[in-house]
Design a protein around this ligand. Structure first.
Ligand SMILES: [Zn+2]
Length: 437
């Protein structure tokens, strides 16, 4: 028997287009409950495909779109059948609904609505959850699954990757930020950037940072993908380098300029902080010259104003205590100049000179520079490879492009899934796909 629907309600709530008809409604405090029943029923067994015999009905509760601003639940009266095929393992089954996946708590429409609110209207997960009258975790998980399938299930998603970028990123800021459980491995397609066609493209994010994480990811790809990758750019972490050696032995490894500069900047800062402690016995305060010029020190000399240059000259002239800092700073500037050189072959010579001069035998007091020298020497082939790859973009653009996809997402996240969701949403690959849903 087909219960008579309500044409007015169906029109307002557009239930017909999702295969339901409304049979009743109730106001349950903050929540509106809409009773509905499927318009047509499929009684075929999901296991054997034979038609079943009606047994009874069950109530399926689904989160629906808010109606007039109130969270709404659909209570769908779903028929249950017994499978008439005696050799079938399934005894009882519930009719599938067009409006939601089997077992899902929310309708397809709600999934689309969540994605639109988060990715297009930039609404927060908690505001979206509140509008639907559900928990934060549910919205986050639904959005994550949907974003993942939009991005990753696109058959062309991994096509044409010649230059693969591997980054580690701290997603959770704790007292021990470099602990592997606080890190994720981010895989980026740098091909469009290097070809001058556009930005880097986020390919995937995997929890953890280890050789195993990268190895597994590469092994899961199909052979065509692995064959197509010619260059892998990465940071100084040796685990990534060994994973590439194992799985992509023919690919060229490049230690990314951004990470090399970052490493040198870290050493420069380490040296400054050490001298601060040695000369004052405490951490820097706002009137200490070493603290005051901390940003000036990290800036490339040709971006400094005359005033800033004078201040640095004064710093070096007034106090012999800062010699170690001056030497470290000069090498830091040489290293940036090598990347900034308009001719890659000249840049490579400059870089070789830097690597050779600090590889060993530095006098005491230059500990940070010596550490940098050892790392650069160990990875010299990968550092110098950058200059041979013939990327048309200058290092500055490459660095900016690399950061583009990470902008604004390196904030404190409670939950790795939320972090991944934000990365996917901010990767800019979703808007068109969500609009087309
Ligand atoms: Zn069956």
């Amino acid at each position: 028997m087909q219960p008579s629907g309500n044409l007015v309600a169906d029109t307002i709530c557009r239930t017909a287009e999702i295969g339901l008809t409304i049979t009743g409604a109730a106001d349950a405090g903050n929540i509106t409950i809409i009773d509905a029943t499927p318009v047509t029923v499929n009684n075929l067994c999901p296991d054997c495909g034979q038609s079943g015999k009606l047994r009874d009905h069950t109530l399926r509760r689904l989160v629906a779109l808010p109606v007039v601003g109130s969270p709404t639940r659909l209570h769908v009266r779903v028929p249950r059948f017994t499978c008439s095929n005696l050799s079938c393992a399934r005894k009882i089954f519930q009719a599938s609904l067009n409006c939601a996946d089997d077992g899902a708590k929310i309708t397809h429409r709600v999934t689309r609505w969540i994605l639109q609110r988060l990715a297009i209207d930039r609404m927060s997960v908690s505001a979206t959850a509140k509008a639907l009258g559900v928990g934060w975790e549910l919205v986050n998980q639904v959005a994550l699954d949907a974003c993942r399938s939009l991005v990753y299930d696109d058959p062309g998603h991994l096509d044409g990757v010649r230059i693969l970028g591997v980054d580690e990123h701290v997603w959770k800021h704790t007292r021990r930020p470099t602990e592997p459980s606080n890190l994720v491995t981010i895989l980026v397609d740098l091909t469009p950037l290097v070809d001058g066609r556009g930005h880097a493209r986020l390919l995937d994010i995997r929890p953890g940072r280890s050789a195993q994480v990268l190895r597994t990811w590469l092994q899961e790809r199909d052979p065509d993908f692995r064959e197509n990758v010619q260059v892998v750019t990465m940071d100084g972490f040796t685990g990534y380098a060994s994973a590439v050696d194992q799985v992509l032995p023919d690919a060229r490894k490049v230690m990314d300029p951004f990470h090399v500069v970052h490493l040198a900047a870290d050493k420069l800062t380490g040296c400054r902080q050490r001298l601060q402690r040695e000369t004052t016995g405490r951490r820097g305060r706002k009137d200490d010259p070493l603290y005051k010029y901390r940003r000036t020190l990290l800036t490339r000399t040709n971006y400094l104003t005359d005033r800033q240059k004078q201040r640095l000259d004064m710093l070096w002239a007034t106090d012999d205590d800062y010699v170690a800092l001056e030497v470290t700073w000069l090498f830091y500037q040489d290293l940036i100049a090598a990347y900034g050189h308009p001719k890659k072959s000249e840049g490579k010579k400059l870089m070789s000179r830097v690597i050779n001069s600090i590889r060993k035998g530095l006098p005491a007091g230059l500990e940070e520079l010596a550490q940098l020298g050892r790392t650069l020497w160990r990875r010299r082939e990968d550092v110098l490879a950058y200059f041979d790859i013939g990327a048309s973009n200058g290092p500055v653009e490459a660095i900016n492009g690399r950061l583009e996809h990470l902008r604004g997402i390196a904030l404190g996240f409670r939950n790795i899934n939320h972090y991944i969701l934000r990365c996917l949403i901010h990767s800019g690959q979703l808007q068109g796909k969500i609009n087309a849903l």
